[in-house]
Design a protein around this ligand. Structure first.
Ligand SMILES: [Fe+2]
Length: 224
């Protein structure tokens, strides 16, 4: 089994940690980005998400980790398993990518796919269940699971799609995150994907929230 105890302490700018897509030297120039764990599992999970064929959802997932980590910090939560948190963020919309869409509701399909991926990479059952819970819960605003590795996905997702919590972040932090993982055509692709999901599952968890999400996503404080 892989040991994954990358628990962050109070020092957020840990030396030697790289951010995906950026050379290590560049990290010093972007101090407001939250460090992404530099591990084989993180790289493999990111590659899996990228292979789904949606740069919009891949970038969204990377912003979810950044926004979620900053909002946890604002809430006073600085100690959590960074790798587990990142895995939930980067994989939470896997089943909304063109390659991995399927007949099941996307949060359940994504949780199952993430579980298979993590199990194949030697992750233990307890940690897999944390990631799966984060994926299944992330569309439920106000879900009750208190674990930060679960909360981060919901916090980051509602911030990036709905704009909830962005008012607690300074504009420079937000700009850094948008430069790091550009939104591209995020609103249009997300709304089209939501509509497809709701049409496919008219009694599903997305369909019942579509009227709310449609308004919130269109009016989120981002250009696209
Ligand atoms: Fe998402």
């Amino acid at each position: 089994m892989i040991s994954r105890r990358n628990v962050i302490g109070s020092a957020l700018g840990v030396a030697g940690i790289g951010v995906l897509g950026l050379p290590r030297q560049a990290l010093a120039a972007v101090p407001d980005l939250f460090p992404v764990p530099d591990s084989r599992l993180v790289k493999a999970a990111t590659a899996l998400m990228e292979s789904g064929g949606s740069p919009v959802f891949t970038n969204h997932s990377q912003r979810v980790y950044q926004f979620g980590a900053l909002l946890l910090k604002k809430a006073g939560i600085r100690s959590f398993d960074r790798e587990l948190a990142y895995l939930g963020c980067i994989l939470h919309d896997l089943a909304w990518t063109p390659k991995f869409k399927g007949p099941e509701e996307f949060m359940y399909r994504g949780a199952n796919m993430a579980g298979e991926f993590l199990s194949a990479n030697g992750v233990g059952v307890a940690d897999i269940k944390v990631v799966q819970t984060a994926i299944i819960n992330h569309t439920d605003i106000g879900a009750l699971d208190p674990r930060p590795e679960v909360q981060i996905v919901e916090l980051g997702a509602v911030c990036d799609f709905n704009g909830v919590g962005v008012e607690f972040l300074d504009a420079r932090q937000v700009r850094r995150i948008l430069d790091y993982a550009p939104r591209l055509d995020c609103k249009n692709e997300a709304i089209a994907t939501m509509d497809e999901e709701a049409d496919k599952h008219p009694l599903g968890r997305i369909a019942c929230k579509r009227p709310l999400f449609d308004v919130m996503w269109r009016n989120a404080p981002f250009d696209s």
